[in-house]
Design a protein around this ligand. Structure first.
Ligand code: NDP
Ligand code: 2IT
Length: 443
């Protein structure tokens, strides 16, 4: 049995009750095999055994009181996965589905994503099974304060810098930052995605969605194609989806769908972004509300948008939202490119199907790296106590996404899998971390 298969077997047996974590480890380890074989010293250093084990995982209790005086208890998590190339960096997710498997899969993916950005950031992830839906602002604030009252013990601007993810946006980062500052007395860059008036970076809000579209464009351009005039299907209607739609439209694409966990909307005229922002950023309403404000659009309850004919698909909601049936529908309808805005939105079957059918497929760890890359730019601005303009940050973001495309495309060619960007992204992300770990000894 090969070294990779051995570690994969031991890991998936040990963590069989953490399916998302096992899925992420399987996808990565399988595709880096040629790079591992080419470096036999990794096995002597038990590199892979160390790579799949978080350096530290913290689980804590978060009690909080709702507006009626009732006491609730949620679980809080922070997994500090790998600090070989920089301080742990990665978002916080507040969603009822959060558990150790979800946080470990996200933290593991984050290691390679952060490496691909070319910036000095390690991998981490955290969150809670708290459900922000339907909660008042005061309830959100009290929960964030309770969460930070434990989290502050394990984070710091040079050790671990969290940010947002599903259910954690500007409002939550503000409350978390306020509590960190109250406890520690320090105004420092311990979180990213902060408000612009207290240390946030211009363009961080837009960065993941914009970066996704920059990468998708680079991938299409390299294949003598482009986004102009293309029909695009997007899932999700949160931070990533909204700014992916904005940038895709500005490059001449027509985006016809958006979704949330209740279903999707189809707008044949192209999504009206002002209406979508009104519904999602201001009213925090369900997606069906879009059709009240734009009656010619249609709502499909409980369905996903993959059956809608398109040239390009951008899954921007959550893990495993795009399975084999969705992949087949997209390919049958003539889709030529898929770029993942979400983390691991495609199942392994769907991913393999795209690759077998020569779809240009950009995996999340490359395609959505613009968010964390811009977080790293926020850290730089905080450390230097300077503020770059929107255009300066946006230009750096575009450069980073284009260079990620170049690195993953080159690695794919070098290891004999031209245009297989799963292999390319995983190997390019992995090698830098692996070499840093080997250089730092057995720690
Ligand atoms: P938001 O909370 O802003 O939006 C999440 C969107 O996804 C909502 O439309 C939500 O619908 C939908 N969604 C979430 N869970 C489910 C589910 N179980 N089934 C169906 N729909 C669901 O989060 P973001 O936009 O920030 O994150 C979206 C994805 O992008 C996630 O995978 C995240 O990890 C990834 N990502 C985010 C980055 C960032 O900078 N924010 C950076 C890189 C990746 P509903 O409201 O109904 O739950
Ligand atoms: O999945 C991700 O890369 C994020 N949620 C963003 C992390 C960050 O630190 O900005």
């Amino acid at each position: 049995m090969s070294y990779v298969d051995e570690v994969l077997q031991t890991t998936t047996e040990r963590w069989h009750y953490q399916p998302e974590f096992c899925q992420a480890v399987t996808e990565v380890l399988k595709s880096i095999e040629p790079a591992v074989e080419a470096n036999p010293h990794y096995e002597k250093g038990a590199l892979l055994e160390r790579l799949v084990a978080p350096e530290k995982a913290t689980l804590f209790r978060v009690p909080w009181i709702d507006d009626n005086g009732k006491v609730h208890v949620n679980r809080g998590y922070r997994v500090q996965f790998n600090s070989a190339i920089g301080p742990y960096k990665g978002g916080l997710r507040f969603h009822p589905s959060v558990n150790m498997s979800i946080i470990k899969f996200l933290g593991f993916e984050q290691i390679f994503k952060n490496s691909l950005t070319g910036l000095p950031i390690g991998g981490g992830k955290g969150g809670s099974d708290f459900d922000p839906k339907g909660k008042s602002d005061f309830e959100i604030m009290r929960f964030c304060q309770g969460f930070m009252t434990e989290l502050y013990k394990v984070i710091g601007p040079n050790s671990d810098v969290p940010a947002g993810d599903i259910g954690v946006g500007g409002r939550e980062i503000g409350y978390l930052f306020g509590q960190y500052k109250k406890i520690t007395g320090r105004h420092e860059g311990v979180l990213t995605g902060k408000g612009l008036s207290y240390g946030g970076s211009l363009a961080r809000t837009e960065a993941t969605g914009y970066g996704l579209v920059y990468l998708a464009s680079a991938m299409l351009n390299a294949h003598n194609n482009g986004l102009d005039g293309k029909t695009v299907v997007v899932s999700g209607s949160g931070n990533v989806a909204i700014y992916a739609i904005e940038k895709a439209q500005s490059l001449g694409a027509k985006v016809v769908t958006a979704s949330d966990s209740s279903g999707y909307i189809y707008d044949a005229d192209g999504i009206d972004l002002a209406i979508l922002k009104q519904v999602k950023e201001k009213e925090r309403a369900r997606i069906v509300r879009y059709t009240e404000l734009k009656p010619t659009a249609k709502f499909f309850a409980g369905e996903k948008p993959w059956g809608v004919k398109c040239d390009v698909a951008l899954p921007c909601a959550t893990q495993n939202e795009l399975g084999l049936d969705g992949a087949k529908a997209l390919v049958n309808n003539g889709c030529i490119a898929v770029a993942e805005g979400a983390n691991m939105p495609s199942t392994i079957d769907a991913t393999n199907y795209f690759i077998e059918n020569k779809i240009l497929f950009a995996p999340g760890k490359a395609a959505n790296a613009g968010g964390v890359a811009t977080s790293a730019l926020e850290m730089s601005q905080n450390s230097a106590r300077i503020i770059w303009t929107f255009d300066q940050v946006d230009a750096k973001l575009k450069d980073i996404m284009e260079s990620i495309y170049g690195h993953m495309a080159d690695a794919a060619v070098e290891y004999g899998h031209k245009d297989n960007f799963v292999v390319g992204a995983n190997i390019a992300g992995f090698l830098k971390v692996a070499d840093a770990m080997m250089a730092q000894g057995i720690v």
